[in-house]
Design a protein. Structure first.
Length: 146
């Protein structure tokens, strides 16, 4: 398993924990890593993901909600909702990974932690989110190409 996949799985666990604990997310993250022996790259990427998801939760949830026609985000399964949040955050803010790779990773994580139906659900929502976000990006003007 690659470092990014492991970081995403750790992120999912931390997000799950945040849903149930009444503490600041910094405290939860610090406690989560306290006794874990894990590669620093995994820890750093996962912590960046958690921090970004918490910081941009409104924007992320709005993006998910705008493409999920019959599902309110609050009614989505907790694991699925957090997988979607993680993937949408990466699509929005991780410039070094193609959206298709992010979506594929989310599908595989959904399949592992939530099942095949969840993987299909995640795929549909993220494909819609990717299309919507790509439409919103403005192409560079000719003079900006250098």
């Amino acid at each position: 398993m690659g470092h990014r996949r492991k970081a995403r799985e750790e992120t999912l666990r931390i997000l799950f924990q945040i849903e149930f604990e009444d503490a600041e997310f910094d405290t939860i993250v610090a406690q989560y890593w306290e006794n874990r022996k894990i590669h620093e790259e995994i820890k750093e990427y996962s912590t960046w993901l958690v921090s970004g998801i918490i910081s941009h939760k409104g924007e992320i949830d709005d993006t998910i909600q705008s493409v999920s026609e019959h599902w309110r985000i609050s009614r989505m399964a907790l694991v699925d909702r957090n997988i979607l949040r993680m993937a949408v955050f990466e699509i929005l803010y991780e410039e070094n990974i193609d959206a298709a790779v992010v979506i594929n990773e989310a599908i595989e994580i959904a399949r592992k932690y939530s099942g095949n139906e969840a993987a299909t659900f995640v795929n549909g929502i993220l494909d819609g989110a990717r299309k919507k976000l790509e439409k919103g990006k403005k192409p560079l003007k000719e003079e900006e190409h250098g």
